[in-house]
Write a protein that binds this ligand. Structure first.
Ligand SMILES: [Fe+2]
Length: 503
């Protein structure tokens, strides 16, 4: 089965947990997508009889006319025709997609994704993939049909940029240009208070146990509640506690029962592990991990959990206060690579907050953990924690490779960063060292595993399957859907063709 894929649907390239799936049994999602209920199917009752058609929409469903195509940047030479890295042409759209193949009639529900989708304001083009303003994409499956929509998240940063036709907040790789020295000093003061940081919630979207749907990014202020029915922005998600901190893990662990997050402490290097219950906006501290290396905590884009433990990674790619203050991007943006500070994995008991293991591991670079589980001996005693991630061979080049100019410059030579499935083994017997090895031969999956998903029922448990974006090289885009069977170490790679048709 295939459906005509819009750029927004296939874009969202960096987040594995950047989606929510709303079951139709859930009342919060019953009214989803205002457009799916009425009239849209009128006169189109035989859609599934014409499955070879790959057209997208009835023009009447386009809400806003698309703006003129982006200009090719004269200064950077960016090739805008690579649709995956091209801004969406309108703020919102909704309509029915025609499918090739067959959507099972039992499939009912809505899948919502979030990610960077707009990389320009007026004539000004962003430089880095992570700077793009957040675009929500919803796919609603029902009665064998597929209704889709996308909409911009109305963050303060996006609204200000639209109004002023320039960036007004500190984004991932760019900062607003100060008009004079006094303005620069004021902007620095705002940085310390957090008010100049972006709230562009472009990294993920989660459904809390109470049904609220929240878009997230690395800044805490970039937590924004949206309406899953319409993809409309409702407003800021305010944390009612006083834990402070300006940043947090972009990918919390979210289940029906809890929301777990890591809050880096940039002053006294370490991490707070915090939990929030459904129906509450108050995070409560489970425990604290002090960093063992470096003068600042390692970047924690995501982290894994097991049934009983929270695993806190301490990566040698660390937050860097000096780089935060700089007006121009550095090679590693807000971060710095400190191999001399070493790498560590910490294991904290979820209930007591006690650290049960803290081991040195080989240097690593990862954005996305896949899963973790507890390893037991024949007597059922937990002897180790296994944690899997998409690991970039301890190479920080990925940050540079994800500049848009690089991604858009595909001319047949491979430009997609390498990634492997890295497997940590963290012994719980007091040993000072853990291990990190490739769980699979990277050559079998094109060295491109990232943005993995698993069956959420296996969160924190021994698991068998993982699904990932992969690569058939050469490419500038994760162009395969890859299924991994861990028990047999087998890999199934499914090529994904996409139709670069705008919606
Ligand atoms: Fe991510």
């Amino acid at each position: 089965m295939a459906f005509t894929a819009s750029p927004a649907i296939i874009r969202n390239p960096i987040s594995k947990q950047n989606m929510v799936v709303c079951d139709m049994l859930d009342n919060t999602c019953r009214k989803k997508f205002s457009f799916r209920n009425k009239g849209i199917y009128k006169g189109q009752h035989n859609l599934r009889d014409h499955l070879t058609v790959t057209n997208v929409v009835s023009p009447s469903r386009v809400i806003a006319p698309p703006p003129p195509p982006e200009k090719r940047s004269e200064t950077t030479g960016d090739h805008q025709h690579h649709v995956a890295w091209t801004s969406i042409p309108q703020e919102r759209w909704e309509g029915e997609l025609l499918v090739q193949g067959h959507i099972p009639l039992w499939l009912k529900g809505t899948y919502i994704r979030n990610g960077p989708g707009m990389w320009n304001i007026g004539d000004y083009n962003f430089r880095h993939l992570f700077d793009g303003y957040a675009t929500l994409v919803g796919l609603h499956f029902e009665d064998g049909r597929l209704v889709a929509g996308h909409r911009q998240v109305e963050s303060q940063a996006y609204q200000a940029a639209k109004k002023n036709q320039k960036i007004c907040y500190r984004e991932f790789s760019e900062v607003p240009k100060a008009e004079n020295f006094l303005a620069y000093v004021g902007e620095l003061a705002n940085l310390f208070s957090g008010s100049s940081l972006t709230d562009n919630a472009n990294t993920g979207v989660v459904k809390l146990g109470d049904g609220r749907v929240v878009c997230l990014t690395e800044t805490q202020k970039g937590s924004i509640v949206i309406d899953p029915d319409t993809l409309e922005t409702i407003g800021k998600f305010d944390y009612s506690d006083s834990l402070g901190g300006l940043i947090h893990s972009a990918h919390p662990i979210v289940t029906d029962n809890e929301f777990l997050t890591l809050i880096p402490d940039l002053v006294k290097p370490g991490y707070l592990v915090a939990r929030m219950e459904p129906g509450s906006n108050e995070r409560k501290v489970i425990g604290r991990v002090d960093c063992r290396g470096g003068t600042s905590p390692g970047w924690v884009h995501s982290f894994p959990v097991t049934e009983h433990y929270v695993i806190v990674p301490e990566m040698p790619l660390r937050y860097c206060a000096q780089n935060l203050l700089r007006a121009e991007p550095t090679p590693l943006y807000k971060f710095q690579w400190h191999p001399e500070s070493k790498a560590f994995m910490h294991v904290m008991c979820k209930t007591s907050g006690k650290i049960v293991a803290s081991v040195e591991v080989p240097l690593f670079v990862t954005f996305h953990f896949i899963n973790a589980y507890e390893e037991e001996d024949e007597d059922g005693r937990v002897t180790a924690v296994i944690a899997d991630c998409c690991e970039h061979n301890s190479n920080t080049d990925i940050l540079d490779k994800l500049r848009l100019q690089n991604l858009r410059s595909f001319n047949g030579e491979d430009v997609l960063p390498d990634a492997r499935v890295g497997r940590f083994r963290i012994p719980l017997d007091g040993s000072p060292y853990g291990t990190l090895d490739a769980a699979l031969d990277p050559n079998e999956h094109g060295k491109g595993m990232d943005m993995c998903s698993i069956n959420p029922n296996y969160l924190g448990l021994k698991y068998r399957y993982a699904y990932a974006c992969g690569a058939q090289r050469p490419c500038n885009f994760p162009n395969t859907l890859t299924k991994v069977t861990f028990l047999y170490m087998s890999i199934l790679i499914i090529s994904v063709e996409y139709n670069p048709t705008y919606i």
